[in-house]
Each structure stands twice: as structure tokens, then as C-alpha cells.
Design a protein around this ligand. Structure first.
Ligand SMILES: [Zn+2]
Length: 257
């Protein structure tokens, strides 16, 4: 039985711990202390660290964790990751024997140049996508181009509809506020707002989301939908020549929202 547990860190980060009864793998440990506390609480042995990209709020705990645990550190080949032992890129596989989990690596540049995501199809479809796809939003484009980010999101949207999306920030309510401006008549989005508000009032994470839901509500996955195109066009006062153009203007709008 595999559990996937969100460890809260900093203001709004989730460090995902994937574990069975004895072993745990940690995704993007920006800080070690809450990870070590949870390992001790559950009497778990850490067996690997997975990193999606180089930002400190995703990697800052590596050194301290490695002082206590001698484990491999998987991460993007094209970025500097502290103590990385297994550099990865598109199509590589990570076989985590201790927790019986096989992951496939996807290159998802845009937020950073070398950003990767980890997809598993067993025991269920799930992806650990770092700061690429968020619930109702997407990551800021710090190092890559809008085209790279657009293509990365398109790649993630090709995964099976029931894929659980494990992103690394609780940005959902803020993202919904923006999405409602862009796509005000979307009834699924209105429903999500009510559901997400209820969860957050009880301090329950809105993550994971599913790809199917995101395709229905996330404006960054809906740049081919007329309602989104019309609102972006109105706001940007630009002639939009296609989905990438719409995406670029939409991301720009969100940056200044
Ligand atoms: Zn980041």
C-alpha cells in the first residue's frame, strides 16, 4: 500500500513523501527538518530523494538529509542540484525498489531550463510536476521561453485523464481568482472555487488535482477555447494568432494580476 503524504514547508510548499510501511521517497525537500520529523514519527527509512528543479525551496534540504541518510539523489541532468547522484532527462526510468514504484522522466522546461517531472502509471497514474502545472495555474517562466512552458504543459496534458497531479505549491485559491477573470462563465470553475474554499477553510490541501479537472478549469490548458481567447484578446489588446500566442499573453496577464 502506497501513501503519498504532503509535508507542509515554508509558506505554501508541499514536500511529497511517497511511502509504504517501511520505506519513503521524498520529492523536492526544500527543508530537512519536517521531513526528518515525519520519518521518525512513522518509523520510515528514507530510500531516495527526487528533485524536479534547482530552486532552493525544492533542494535546500538535500545536504541535511544526506547527513542522516545515505541515499541516491535523482534530478535534472541540465541543472546544478546539490549532491545529485543520478542525473536524468526525458525517457529515463527511476526504479524505486523499496517502494515498488517505477517512474518515467519527462522534460518540462519553462519554469527553469532543465525542469523535469516524474510520471508513474502503477499503482495509479500520477505525476510529480514541481512548478510546471499547478491547480488552475502554471509556474512562472523564470528561465525558459513561453514556447517551452506551453509545450511542457501540452506534454503533461497528453497524460491519461485520471492522472493525479502532485504539484509543489498550494496556490489554488489565488489561481482560481485569476481563472475566474479569464473564464467567468465556466461552471466547473465556479464549482471548484466552492470546493477549494471549503478545503482551505479546514486547512486541507487542494492537491492532488486531476488532469481531467485541470483540462476543464485551468486557463493555461484552455488556450484553444473561445471564452479564454476572447478574454485574453480583450485584456491584451493584441491580435492572437494561435494557442501559443494566447498562452504567452495569458501568462503575461497573470504576472501582473
Ligand atoms: Zn521553482
Amino acid at each position: 500500500m502506497l501513501n503519498i503524504y504532503p509535508i507542509h514547508a515554508f509558506k505554501d510548499n508541499y514536500i511529497w513523501m511517497i511511502h509504504n510501511q517501511n520505506y519513503a521517497v521524498i520529492v523536492d525537500p526544500g527543508i530537512a527538518t519536517p521531513v526528518i520529523e515525519y520519518l521518525e514519527l512513522k518509523k520510515l527509512h528514507l530510500s531516495a530523494i527526487l528533485i524536479t528543479h534547482h530552486h532552493n525551496d525544492h533542494t535546500g534540504g538535500n545536504k541535511a538529509l544526506l547527513k542522516s541518510f545515505d541515499v541516491p539523489v535523482y534530478g535534472p541532468r541540465n541543472e546544478f542540484i546539490p549532491s545529485m547522484t543520478h542525473p536524468l532527462n526525458e525517457g529515463d526510468h527511476v526504479n524505486l525498489k523499496e517502494i515498488s514504484l517505477n517512474l518515467t522522466v519527462l522534460d518540462t522546461p519553462g519554469h527553469t531550463q532543465g525542469h523535469i517531472a516524474y510520471f508513474a502509471s502503477n499503482p495509479m497514474n500520477m505525476v510529480f510536476c514541481g512548478d510546471t502545472l499547478f491547480s488552475c495555474g502554471c509556474g512562472r517562466i523564470f528561465e525558459g521561453s513561453p514556447q517551452q512552458m506551453y509545450q511542457s504543459l501540452q506534454k503533461l496534458s497528453q497524460l491519461p485523464d485520471d492522472t493525479l497531479i502532485y504539484c509543489t505549491h498550494e496556490y489554488t485559491l489565488d489561481n482560481i481568482r485569476f481563472a475566474r477573470t479569464v473564464d467567468p462563465k465556466n461552471s466547473k470553475l465556479a464549482e471548484l472555487e466552492i470546493a477549494a474554499r471549503k478545503l482551505r477553510n479546514e486547512n486541507i490541501p487542494t492537491i492532488p488535482t486531476t488532469l481531467m479537472l485541470e483540462k476543464a478549469v485551468n486557463p493555461f490548458l484552455r488556450c484553444d477555447q473561445q471564452a479564454v481567447i476572447d478574454h485574453v484578446k480583450n485584456h491584451s489588446k493584441q491580435v492572437l494568432t494561435g494557442p501559443l500566442n494566447t498562452f504567452t499573453a495569458l501568462r503575461e496577464w497573470k504576472n501582473n494580476f
